[in-house]
Design a protein around this ligand. Structure first.
Ligand code: HEC
Ligand code: HEC
Ligand code: HEC
Ligand code: HEC
Length: 417
């Protein structure tokens, strides 16, 4: 039976309307996926289902399905340069005295080197906890067997590790969606998990400040919300639980060793880009694809400085910055670096003065403890900047504030001697 003309036209209008609606939805979806979240993320990040079976373990499994992501992931091999910090910064021999970092401390390099580098730190490893951020095999082990894995013997566990940081760390089994697989970050975000963009959480799984909990040696972050994620609150927390990383043998100061707080620094107060950009926008970027998955583009999984990616400088950075953004980065880094050395030298002077005071026998234990406490706090603020990998570029205001606090505490301590 033939439909009459007007109902045919009605069908066609309906079809066009549907098509327009579909396009609008597709565009909306595309924009949501590719535009950095403005302000708080509106979706709660996906988190790993612990205790469940893991289907995909190796990166090579995804080679055919996601050839561009896989190929760019392998490029991390090219980021192979290391600097010997002990040689470059003689001050750390004193600042970290009593800790193996004062003797062996190499700079970071690409994700593909983690297995080699954790085995060759020159620092002794007793327990498997040190493997936390080095390989997806370990993340899978923790997620399937629980926190008991952290205190197993390092060598036994290490012998079974094959993959470096890998797809599973950021995507679990999914292949493409972002999944938080390191449960301690979920705990550390508490009720604020949905406030943080998945592209920041992804890197925050490892590029964070952490400690090992006394009861089971599990990797733990020293905060439970965004509000308590500041250097001040972290220090207050460490002081409250009496956490000690090492004791300086000459001064008796119970010291803290900060790690690599990129996540906390970038999201911290004073950040010029938090809420506008994510780690992925500046360190990955979207590149054109000639093959494979997606709509002609893919996220570049070669993770290096944005200054080494002209396509990011010319597109992402150029959206807001006129002129040479590399110059801006270097100017900030030069300032923060000089200030770090300046305050670091004062910290060395304090350490030596305190050691002499202890040696002299002229001070009461109470008087010495007052200086030790200031020394401990000053060093934490200093270290928070020294070990952060952007040298001030992520958040110069926060770095500057920490160094000023460190200096004020050093001056206060020196006045007591
Ligand atoms: C599972 C842990 C883990 C995750 C997740 C992770 N990283 Fe890393 N990253 C590391 C470790 C460990 C190193 C140091 C490797 C070495 O030196 O052996 C590193 C090194 C790097 C480096 C090289 C630094 C240098 O000085 O050359 C960059 C850049 C980097 N990561 C960026 C990122 C970004 C961006 C993300 C998120 C998309 C991310 N990382 C997620 C553990 C991780
Ligand atoms: C606005 C852009 C921007 C964002 C967002 C950003 N970074 Fe960076 N990052 C930089 C710059 C600039 C440097 C300094 C690069 C240099 O020294 O060449 C840097 C340095 C680093 C380094 C050291 C790399 C190296 O080669 O020395 C790591 C690791 C890193 N960032 C991780 C992160 C993580 C993790 C996040 C998210 C929590 C993040 N970054 C967010 C711009 C950014
Ligand atoms: C250190 C974390 C990290 C690792 C390791 C990682 N990815 Fe990704 N991946 C990301 C981030 C961040 C995005 C960007 C998501 C966005 O922009 O919303 C992404 C996006 C993707 C996408 C979506 C399409 C695209 O390109 O944007 C695919 C597919 C993907 N990754 C596959 C892989 C595969 C396969 C591996 C292992 C070979 C891998 N990823 C390893 C963090 C990671
Ligand atoms: C969405 C806009 C936007 C984009 C994109 C952007 N920036 Fe910025 N950036 C800003 C603003 C705004 C400031 C603050 C300017 C000021 O204080 O004068 C800033 C400041 C900075 C600073 C100083 C940060 C500090 O803490 O002192 C650096 C370094 C920087 N940008 C680097 C970059 C790099 C590298 C890129 C690209 C990877 C980039 N920016 C992309 C808006 C942006």
């Amino acid at each position: 039976m033939k439909k009459n003309v007007s109902s045919q036209r009605g069908d066609r209008i309906l079809l066009i309307c549907l098509a327009v609606l579909l396009c609008a939805f597709a565009l909306e979806f595309y924009l949501q996926r590719k535009t950095p979240a403005a302000g708080a993320a509106n979706e709660t990040a996906q988190v790993v289902d612990t205790g469940s079976a893991v289907k995909v373990v190796t990166a090579s499994h995804w080679q055919n399905e996601y050839p561009d992501e896989y190929a760019s992931f392998l490029r991390n091999e090219e980021n192979d340069q290391v600097v010997d910090y002990v040689e470059q910064y003689p001050i750390i021999a004193t600042i970290y005295e009593g800790n193996a970092f004062g003797k062996f401390y190499s700079s970071a390099r690409g994700h593909t080197f983690t297995l080699e580098d954790v085995s060759e730190t020159g620092r002794p490893h007793g327990q498997a906890k040190c493997i936390t951020c080095k390989t997806s095999d370990y993340t899978i082990l923790v997620n399937t067997e629980g926190n008991e894995v952290y205190s197993r013997p390092f060598d036994d566990v290490m012998a079974k590790m094959n993959e470096a940081v890998s797809c599973y760390n950021c995507h679990a089994d999914s292949g493409d969606s972002l999944v938080v697989t390191h449960a301690y970050l979920i705990n550390a975000m508490g009720n604020d998990l949905s406030q943080v963009e998945p592209e920041n959480l992804s890197c925050g799984q490892c590029h964070v400040e952490y400690y090992f909990a006394a009861e089971d040696q599990s990797t733990t972050l020293p905060y439970t919300s965004l509000e308590t994620m500041t250097p001040e609150a972290m220090l207050a927390y460490y002081n409250e639980i009496g956490f000690v990383d090492y004791v300086n043998p000459r001064t008796g100061t119970e010291q803290l060793k900060a790690q690599h707080p990129e996540f906390e620094t970038f999201l911290g107060e004073g950040s010029k880009h938090a809420g506008m950009l994510t780690c992925a926008d500046c360190h990955m970027g979207v590149t054109t694809s000639s093959q494979g998955y997606g709509i002609g583009t893919y996220s570049d999984h070669y993770l290096v400085s944005p200054l080494e990616k002209p396509e990011i400088l010319n597109t992402t950075c150029a959206r807001c910055h006129e002129g040479d953004v590399a110059e801006l980065v270097h100017a900030i880094q030069d300032e923060i670096e000089a200030r770090t050395i300046e305050v670091g030298e004062k910290l060395v002077a304090l350490t030596n003065a305190l050691a002499e005071a202890v040696e002299s026998g002229k001070y009461s234990e109470e008087e010495l403890n007052a200086v030790r406490s200031l020394n401990r706090d000053a060093q934490f603020y200093w270290d928070f900047v020294f070990v952060e990998n952007s040298e001030g570029a992520h958040n110069s205001e926060l770095s500057r504030n920490c160094l000023n606090k460190a200096e004020a505490l050093i001056d206060e301590a020196m006045a007591l001697l």
